[in-house]
Design a protein around this ligand. Sequence first.
Ligand code: TTP
Ligand code: MG
Length: 361
Amino acid sequence: MSKRIIAHLDMDSFFASVEEANTPSFLGKPIVVGSDPDNGRGRGVVSTANYRAREYGIKSALPISIAWKLSEEAKKQGKEGAIFLPVDFTLYNKVSLNVSQIILKYSSIVEQASIDEFYFDLSFTNDFKKAQQICENIKQEIKEKERVTCSIGIGPNRLISKISAGIKKPDGLFIVQPEDVKFFLDPLPIRELPGIGPKTEVFLNKKEIYKIKDLLKYSKEQLREMLGKNGESIFNKARGIDNSPVSQFHQVKSIGEQTTFNKNSLEPLFIHNTLKKLSDSVLENFKKSEFSKFKTITLTVRFADFQTKTTSKSFKQGFTKENNKKFDLEVLRLLLPYLDKRSNPQLKPLRLVGIRVDKFT
Ligand code: TTP
Ligand code: MG
């Protein structure tokens, strides 16, 4: 078997970064996404904070009231107070989907592991240098299109790629070659191993096991005795062994692209040309997929004032990979009402258009 090359991509301070990218006035500000702080009386927790807000000690799972206090203290020191925002899953899901589409252009085997994490298989490159170049391209494209950063780890299996993705956050790229796995893992705290949570960590610390190399002194049987079923898997992980494949089980359910104009516009020719480029690219991606037809087209427009509208239309017969003309025509039909008073009564200029296809067969 030729060597495996697996990458893991994790978005940086995902919810907060997306919020920051979506509202120009938030740019560069400390941002906290989570429950309502209610002037310090709020009862929920922080979902995430961007890296600026993390400088104040604000992070995921911290009570929102404490986050509020930390922000107030920062203000007293003359620093900028944090912007507190509620969770907007629809928005984050959309970006997550866009990110998956970008990765799919570079690898056909992509597994979504959570809203902001993806594994993808780059074994076809048969070369870590080439895999690195691909990952740099992916990072660049995400930055350009979604205006957010991510961190990627590359390794000989999922385990190593996942751990290495966290090494250089934010906006990092870290590569662990097969011959460096031991050198990489040995000094890391045991908590870095997926499967060792806070309780197991405390339990193992009591046995003087702190670093991954400390685990190497124990046999499979001893670890099984200490940790039950999980012990055997920890034995393998401590040695960097992980043969699990990247599974496409979590399949991409739709293909779409969107773009924000450099300048707001209601110029029919410009908007149509922009949309045509997007729909060409969507169709290109669809042609690369294993599906034969899609049945639904969704158009998204965002007005200058950020109001966002979508129109979906389903077609019984669906579109095949050859239906280019018909597809273009239907996209245009969805767009036209937004260019006049039918769906845009105040004739507001647009700032973004997007096109998405789904309901695959
Ligand atoms: P993470 O990838 O764990 O965190 P993150 O992307 O915010 O930051 P990092 O740069 O360290 O990767 O989680 C992804 C998203 O999941 C996060 O943006 C918000 C959500 N989340 C919660 O809602 N609660 C939590 O406790 C955690 C950890 C994450
Ligand atoms: Mg993340």
